[in-house]
Design a protein around this ligand. Structure first.
Ligand code: UDX
Length: 430
């Protein structure tokens, strides 16, 4: 079976490499020539552990990359892995890239072939695309992707569930062939209609975002009562119905998925006349953004009320560890805002410096953790990289001007930092 993967961003590049690892002949297609050149050279255009070894293993044999969409013509399955970012003029999803890709693919479709949408889309999009695809004699299925950045290869090869949105026909049989290995390993398969499959993805991300904002709202209560949100999360997390995962209070969620998916879901519900049903997601978004204000306020408090002209060391700029993605990164947002307020900010991130520099060239980036905290009057821990948790607070204490740390991710060992003479403040922790 020959497979094409259209769109080679975080999702598509990993999916293409994953499909090659499963033994298929794969062509990855993207309009971005620089990305295609890197991938065709066996290089990952972004940081994703485990991706590059897979690329190197299969590029040159069964995995190729090109900018020419005509290369899709020989495939029997075409995966759509096109980004659906937030529109520049509102909260909804921007479908122009996806629509353009589908429009260009249509002339290359043959009867009996299958187009599989993986992009996260507003409910109703798949049915609209299905009508276009079916007019060529091909079929459309929707197969949402749940991969987490940083674990994308693992999540692609060993997904925790498979969702096939189909309109009948032969789509399910073909999808079962594509995912035969995962199915043989007892991965649950949910076969459903197109709108349910689209909603599974947006609901999953809305739920995860809600869980994070729930605990962050509780953190706000903890802050005015002296309670400790981490202990509270441990305690409620023991209830199997609640679970401890995604109850990490702190600076909140960011990235290329949760923030824009929460907004697009609300926008779509409003279009459908059921905006009230998802009104709470506006609050989820608001709680999330308020955590950034809280860190800014704590930084000002640590610096006698004003950050202007004061030196601040920032640890982390990616939206989460094990990724160089800075899209909607809370850490990058806080760093930028501090600079706007006149602070002298020095940012260090183990891998995301280059991607941050591209979008925020005016920030000052340090090459090492020590350089970032040198002479700092307060240190902000904003992305929970293992390097920061492992750092020795006693050694760092000799480099700073004042031993003050604000732990925006509530995961430094506060006893150890306090024992080394630091004043430690977390978000909602005592
Ligand atoms: C998410 C979904 O997890 C994934 O299933 C979907 O396919 C794409 O969106 P990802 O964006 O890679 O994946 O990141 P995720 O690990 O979910 O983290 C999202 C954000 O939430 C990060 O900024 C992270 O720091 C934050 N987070 C996560 C918290 O603030 N607290 C937590 O307890 C967990």
């Amino acid at each position: 079976m020959r497979i094409s993967v259209i769109g080679t961003g975080y999702l598509g590049a990993v999916h293409a490499a994953g499909m090659a690892e499963l033994g298929f002949e794969v062509v990855g297609i993207d309009v971005d020539a620089a990305k295609v050149t890197a991938l065709a050279d066996g290089r990952a255009p972004f940081y994703e552990p485990e991706l590059e070894p897979l690329l190197r293993k299969h590029v040159g044999s069964r995995l190729t990359f090109t900018t020419d969409l005509a290369a899709a013509a020989g495939s029997s399955v075409h995966f759509l892995c096109i980004g659906t970012p937030q529109r520049s003029d509102g909260p909804g999803a921007d479908l122009t890239y996806l629509d353009a890709a589908v429009g260009s693919l249509l002339p290359h479709l043959r009867p009996g072939t299958l187009v599989v949408g993986k992009s996260t889309v507003p409910v109703g999009t798949a049915a609209r695309i299905a009508d276009l695809v079916e007019a060529t004699g091909a079929e459309l299925a929707w197969n949402p992707e749940f991969l987490r950045e940083g674990y994308a290869v693992e999540d692609t090869l060993r997904p925790d569930r498979l969702v096939f949105g189909v309109r009948g026909g032969g789509a399910e049989v073909i999808l079962r062939q594509v995912y035969a290995d995962a199915i043989a390993a007892d991965t649950p398969v949910v076969v459903t209609d197109l709108p349910t499959s689209e909603l599974v993805k947006t609901s999953a991300n809305a739920f995860l975002a809600t869980k994070i904002s729930f605990i962050n709202a509780i953190a706000e209560i903890c802050e005015v009562t002296g309670a400790d949100v981490t202990t509270l999360a441990d305690a409620i997390g023991h209830d199997a119905r609640i679970g401890r995962k995604f109850l990490g209070a702190g600076l909140g969620f960011g990235g290329g998925c949760l923030p824009k998916d929460v907004r697009a879901f609300q926008a779509r519900a409003t279009e459908l006349g059921v905006g009230d049903s998802l009104k709470f997601l506006a609050e989820v978004d608001a709680v999330n953004l308020r955590r950034r204000e809280r860190v800014l306020a704590l930084a000002a408090e640590a610096l006698d009320g004003d950050v202007a002209g004061r030196r601040i060391g920032v640890l982390g700029v990616s939206f989460k560890p094990h990724s160089d993605d800075v899209r909607d990164s809370p850490a990058l947002d806080v760093s930028r805002r501090l600079v706007e307020l006149g602070a002298e900010v020095r940012v260090y991130d183990p891998v995301a410096t280059e991607s941050a520099r591209r979008v925020a060239p005016h920030l000052e980036y340090a090459d090492t953790l020590g350089e970032a905290v040198h002479e700092a009057e307060v240190v902000l821990h904003l992305t929970e990289w293992p390097e920061f948790r492992a750092a020795d607070p006693a050694a760092l204490g000799t480099q700073v001007a004042r031993r003050q740390v604000i732990d925006g991710r509530n995961c430094l060992d506060r006893e150890r930092w306090r024992a080394a003479g630091w004043s430690y403040v977390g978000l909602g922790v005592a």
